[in-house]
Design a binder for this molecule. Structure first.
Ligand code: CAA
Length: 379
């Protein structure tokens, strides 16, 4: 497999890196501290084409590919993991299923503003009692004339507080189990949609996570995404792409943790030399660099397969699993290298440590990734 980047991809990486270093990184600590949604940064990312990187320009996107998206995600997430997930959800969990499963009218009306960043999207699959077991949906959509009437509760909705549009999964035929799940495009300003308060989280605090309550919400049938009963496939194949985005987010967090540890370790002296010259620290840094590089290769491979139109469920799961765990080890050891200072808010190490954790949980826990990988071995 070729890992050489095109000129266009290198340019996007460079542009995203400069933007991330100059405009995002200096704001990250304050955004985290205040739990503040970075509306102005999201607007700028939209102008740079970062809210719909792999969407064709005809549909409002940057007309690039998944690998380009991964490169940009790593850069933005290295500066601010919250800003990274806001971008990732809009690209992977909203634009991607609209591009793949939407009809032409839906693409014109919804994908164009989402990919150009004029609107922001969210994705609602999980419920209070249905997270890892995604098919155990309780939210029900009942057909009534030209509408569906939807009732239920959705959980853990990234961008929930700010989103204009939601890709929503519900049961249209609960007796059929996963074969009874159907996807919808849900405008968040419809009557019967209520957004809950923001969850008070350990990390990625500048991105919102909310519940969505659906109370006799009438959704026109023309907003059904795909066929009735096709929703589980929509959700799973969307997550196959989403997991590549989260792997890239993890890479960014892990790299930032490593770079912070190197910078600190060059300044800090013990026993007459900078601590980076002690073998204990050298070994930690070497492991971080090696694991992050391996994670990057897995992530790029999954992106390449997606771009080639090939099934990539297993490769996406491997990339997310490995990148998330590598990022957590890098963040843990990065903090350790900072010693007591790393435990304070004076350094970014503690934010990296808090932010890294979510990559092992959302878009399928590490345990779920292992299930996906193991099932592919046992087929
Ligand atoms: N692509 C296409 N089809 C797929 C698929 C995929 N990746 N994975 C499964 N399917 C199909 C199967 O082929 C099967 O269809 P057939 O019967 O026609 O063959 C059907 O779906 C059912 O498959 P399974 O029997 O494997 O389903 P399962 O109930 O055992 O679940 C699972 C499998 C992998 C555990 C799945 O439930 C899963 O991924 N769970 C985790 C959910 C998740 O990641 N949630 C995160 C929510 S998003 C989020 O985090 C919020 C945010 O805002 C960031």
């Amino acid at each position: 497999m070729q890992f050489e980047l095109s000129e266009e991809q290198v340019l996007l990486q460079k542009t995203a890196r400069e933007f991330a270093r100059k405009e995002v990184a200096p704001r990250a600590a304050e955004l985290d501290e205040k739990h503040e949604f970075p509306a102005d940064l999201v607007k700028k990312m939209a102008q740079m084409g970062l809210m719909g990187v792999a969407v064709p320009d005809d549909y409002g996107g940057a007309g690039m590919d998944t690998l380009a998206y991964v490169l940009a995600m790593e850069e933005i997430s290295a500066a601010c993991a919250s800003t990274g997930v806001i971008m990732s959800v809009n690209n992977s969990l909203v634009c991607d299923p609209l591009l793949k499963f939407g009809n032409e009218a839906q693409k014109r009306e919804w994908l164009v503003p989402l990919a150009s960043g004029a609107k922001l999207g969210c994705f609602a699959l999980s419920e209070p009692q249905a997270g890892s077991d995604a098919a155990a949906q309780k939210t029900v959509a009942k057909r009534d004339g030209d509408d569906y009437v939807i009732n239920g509760v959705k959980n853990w909705i990234t961008n929930g507080a700010e989103a204009d549009v939601c890709v929503l999964l519900t049961m249209t035929a609960p007796e059929l189990g996963y074969k009874g799940i159907t996807a919808f495009i849900l405008p968040m300003d419809l009557a019967g949609v209520r957004v809950g308060p923001k969850e008070n989280k350990l990390g990625i605090t500048a991105s919102s996570t909310t519940q969505i309550f659906l109370e006799d919400c009438r959704v026109p049938a023309k907003l059904r995404l795909g066929e009735e009963g096709e929703g589980f496939k929509v959700a799973m194949s969307t997550l196959d792409g989403g997991r590549i985005g989260i792997a890239a987010q993890a890479l960014g967090i892990g790299r930032a943790a490593m770079e912070a540890a190197i910078a600190y370790g060059k300044e800090r002296e013990t026993f007459g030399k900078p601590i980076v010259k002690h073998q204990a620290i050298e070994f930690m840094l070497a492991d971080m660099a090696t694991e992050l590089d391996a994670a990057r290769l897995l992530t790029w491979r999954a992106a390449r397969l997606k771009d080639a139109g090939m099934r990539h469920s297993t490769e996406s799961a491997m990339a997310k699993l490995f990148a998330a765990e590598a990022a957590n080890r890098a963040a843990k050891n990065g903090l350790q290298i900072h010693g007591g200072y790393g435990y304070t808010k004076d350094y970014a190490a503690e934010r990296h440590y808090r932010d890294a954790k979510i990559t092992e949980i959302y878009e399928g826990t590490s345990e779920i990734q292992r299930i996906v990988i193991a099932r592919s071995l046992l087929k």
